[in-house]
Design a binder for this molecule. Sequence first.
Ligand SMILES: NC(=O)C1=CN([C@@H]2O[C@H](COP(=O)(O)OP(=O)(O)OC[C@H]3O[C@@H](n4cnc5c(N)ncnc54)[C@H](O)[C@@H]3O)[C@@H](O)[C@H]2O)[C@@H](O)CC1
Length: 524
Amino acid sequence: MRAFTGTQVREAERPLLAAGQGPALMRRAAWGLAEHVAAVLRARGRVSGATVAALVGTGNNGGDALWALAFLRRRGVEAVAVPVVRDDDGAPRWHAEGAAALRAAEGRVADAVPARAAVVVDGILGTGARGALTLPAAARDLPAGAVVVACDVPSGADADTGGVAGEVLAAAHTVTFGAVKTGLLLGAGAAAAGRVHLVDIGLGPHLPPEPRTGLHGVDRAAVRRLHPAPAPDAHKYTRGVVGLAAGSQRYPGAAVLAVGGALGAGAGMAHLAGPAAAQDLVLAAHPAALASADGPEPDRADAWVVGPGLGADAEARARLERVLDAVSAAGREPAGAPAVVVDASALELVTAEQLTALAASGARVVLTPHAGEWARLRDRLPVAGAKDADAGGAGELERLRAWAAAHRVTVLLKGPRTLVAAPDGEAWLMRDGGPALGTAGTGDVLAGVLGAVLAADRARAVRAGGPSPAAGRPSTAALAAAAAWLHARAGTGPAAGRGAVADALPAAVGTVTAALWWEDDGRE
Ligand SMILES: NC(=O)C1=CN([C@@H]2O[C@H](COP(=O)(O)OP(=O)(O)OC[C@H]3O[C@@H](n4cnc5c(N)ncnc54)[C@H](O)[C@@H]3O)[C@@H](O)[C@H]2O)[C@@H](O)CC1
């Protein structure tokens, strides 16, 4: 799935409209809308005899709603159109052909939504909305039991950003046309959209093809491609070695969680670089792990995870530097630089110069802040244009993209929904997380999972003859999204431990990864 801004969808429609296909597109959209409304009615009882009202605005969004009412009328629905704008002479100001279709189907026009309405279609505003909306009176007192189904976009939500400048009409379902709009997935727009259903109206070939536009969604099938089962002849080195600079005298537990995440996600080897206290805990919890003061040999690691439980003292800074030096040095080796995950404490320490050096080394670099770390990162390493954007919706996405581009690193912003943005603008949204993962320590596990996913990718590339960004190699942002999906499934799916405490998460990651890899040969 890839979502596009409302503006991109309007661009895609333009040649079709110029070719006179507007009415056909509208009928296709309205047909899909009517189908979804009928499904809602069926789930609640009968279609025929039910009442559906539509709040109808002045533009094509209202036109869709009028056509949908006309189609529903033919299925025995009582169809009631409520115009939200009337001219001085009292005539509704709305889509003329849509209104004619409704009249021909013997639909009604009323000033208010009847109390018996089972569904209210919101056809007030779609992608043509500009600025703040004040809800019309007819949208204020809807019958308590009526299900609101938004036509294309919930009125009041910005189809590009998900921002809501004024009022918004919250829906249980949004039936959207041509492509999922980013504003339905982000910010307040996502909250107002309810469940999103896509109706294909044939825009596919006209939408921008480049991966850096739009917003990618991640699902199980994508993760199977991005983090595939090891090759039949795989061994620990070809499955990827993860080095972890994690844990400290003060925070040894973070090392246990990060190492657990890496092992759970199937790393061939996880090797802690840390102080004695962290080494002891890691080995007690994960006998399969290695632990030493310095971690793997610089040319052995396929990915480094630096930061969980590192602390903020001079020693932490020195450990971060050691990892970054090792990565930059390895960048000159034939095998190229290992990937780096910069997490937790390391996000508070890393400098702009270090990020520049990492980018120059050719390493895949992913920073994994949560909201608080992201705010501090932006303050500490500011980027022009990325500061004042509206943080409520896709403003956040644009800010992430701008920051990632300026520092030439991929950023994974974790939270109930996780956004990933790459320097070239490629962006991913992972929506399967949620509050179950909002406890201390889950981020450490994610850092380890991401380390394993990046390490496996590099090890595959080395085997294939070199880690240069050969065609067909997945993007860093895609790999980061895959790691976030594994982590979210582990925290929220059937594999999640009771109470969803981070301590149980690595084992759940193992269950999810094993199911992903071996399900076809019955080893689940
Ligand atoms: N263009 C196309 O090819 C297709 C468009 N479709 C529908 O058309 C919609 C876009 O239609 P339009 O471009 O006519 O735009 P809309 O119907 O979204 O809104 C435009 C109207 O709303 C008014 N308006 C804008 N902002 C307002 C605000 N803040 N408060 C009050 N009134 C405001 C404008 O003055 C204008 O009259 C899409 O969302 C979709 O539902 C579909 O029929 C599919 C095909």
